[in-house]
Design a protein around this ligand. Structure first.
Ligand code: NAD
Ligand code: MG
Length: 396
């Protein structure tokens, strides 16, 4: 087993970031951590930096720098803050970068890291949704690679033996269905933030938990899979599988389907990305087939969960549509968590923004112009969403 020697973790204080550090601990990681970076949770960042002694600890929020400096005094760990510092940190040469910031905020540092030739372990699916083809191209052009951390895409990576998309008949992403899987449309419309973040199988950050409840998460993952594996929209399918044991499957042209199974624990897909194509040895929870069943499957209901349909439409439209979908969704989820709009308004806001904005051109190449174009589309989508949110909040 060969693990990378020098690594950075962007979004170290979140659910994926903490799982990554826990896995490194349990796998006996003996290498060095270059960067630990986070948003606002400075106390946890200090705690992590004191334990792991990275060369640099960064917070995105400049107001927290004095506290970070004070917390790291005497450790020799350098402290920095702000968005530019985050991008500079991501440019530091390492073998492996965990990209686990939530939302489009993770795109600039992930883009920077993709230009260094490092392997990018990508949990931050919003980056790929916003500019997938360019990000993949950029990583490869610089001698690196994007490896998925999302459990479904990790599954596909593992069963994707033939890297010829033409031999793939269909890739099926499994979805737990979220906490509202069997709720009526009327009950879903009244769902509270507390109910939406209570995911049945996975413990995750608030934003992805809401995305799982609307099924937007599976929509974002459909786009993510298209870009990661070079698949057409008609080669991608979603099935609801409430037990989250089969993480995804690939059906080949000859009728053979390969699936990947595992307990719902993100440390396993992180371990896959850490040593790929080798395997990371760690005391992993094992799947027990005699106790995990029965396994059930059903088709997603696009009437109760329109976000999945919207994401598929944005993928088919191409251009800036996926970035607009993502930006509008982030703004709408924030407004829902702040109790300014209802749960069903999330997809309605996204739909209205997509309809009103056109789809723009797709940005060519892998230079920094692409990043600027995508970030501008993201800002436009958020502004458009704010207008719709105001209107809906005032009408309520
Ligand atoms: P989280 O909210 O628990 O953590 C987010 C991390 O990003 C934190 O470290 C936070 O400090 C940091 N952050 C937030 N805003 C920032 C900003 N503006 N600048 C810099 N850092 C910022 O989220 P999570 O559940 O760990 O998810 C992280 C990413 O991984 C998301 O893109 C999510 O979709 C993806 N993902 C998560 C899971 C999971 O099980 N949690 C599974 C698959 C994919
Ligand atoms: Mg997933």
């Amino acid at each position: 087993m060969r693990l990378p020697e020098r690594i950075s973790i962007l979004g170290s204080t979140g659910s994926i970031g903490c799982s990554t550090l826990d896995l490194l601990e349990k796998a006996g990681f003996g290498g060095a951590i270059e960067v630990l970076a986070a948003g606002r949770n400075v106390d946890r960042l200090i705690e992590q930096a004191r334990r792991w002694r990275p060369a640099l600890a960064v917070t995105a929020d400049e107001g927290t720098l004095p506290r970070l400096r004070e917390g790291l005094a005497g450790t020799g760990v350098e402290a920095a803050a702000g968005e530019a510092a985050l991008v500079e940190a991501a440019l530091r040469p390492v073998d492996w970068v965990m990209s686990a910031i939530v939302g489009a905020a993770g795109l600039p540092p992930t883009w920077a890291a993709a230009g260094t030739g490092a392997v990018i372990a990508l949990a931050n699916k919003e980056s790929l949704v916003c500019c997938g083809p360019a990000l993949m191209h950029r990583a490869e052009e610089h001698g690196g690679r994007v490896l998925p951390v999302d459990s479904e895409h990790s599954a596909i990576l593992q069963v994707f033996e033939v890297r010829n998309a033409a031999q793939v008949a269909c890739v099926t992403l499994t979805a737990s269905g979220g906490p509202f899987r069997d709720w009526s449309a009327a009950r879903i419309a009244r769902a509270t933030p507390q109910e939406a973040v209570a995911h049945p199988n996975w413990s995750m950050g608030a934003k992805i938990s809401v995305d799982s409840a609307t099924l937007m998460n599976k929509g974002l993952e459909t786009i993510e899979a298209a870009y990661l594996f070079g698949l057409r929209p008609d080669q991608l399918d979603v099935v609801i599988h409430p037990q989250s044991v089969i993480h995804s499957l690939v059906r080949y042209a000859d009728g053979s389907s390969l699936a990947q199974l595992g307990p719902p624990d993100m440390r396993t897909p992180i371990a896959v990305a850490l040593a790929w194509p080798d395997r990371t040895a760690w005391p992993a929870p094992a799947l027990d087939l005699t106790t995990c069943g029965p396994l059930t499957f059903e088709a997603p209901d696009l009437t109760r969960f329109p976000a999945l349909r919207l994401a598929r439409e944005a993928l088919a439209a191409g251009g800036e549509a996926p970035a607009v979908l993502n930006g509008a969704n982030e703004a709408a989820v924030r407004a829902f968590l702040d109790r300014r709009i209802g749960f069903s308004d999330i997809a309605a806001v996204v739909e209205e923004v997509l309809e009103g904005m056109g789809h723009g051109q797709s940005h060519q190449g892998a230079g920094n112009g692409v990043l600027e174009g995508v970030m501008a589309a993201d800002r436009r989508a958020r502004r458009g969403a704010q207008d719709v949110i105001e209107r809906r909040a005032n009408a309520a």
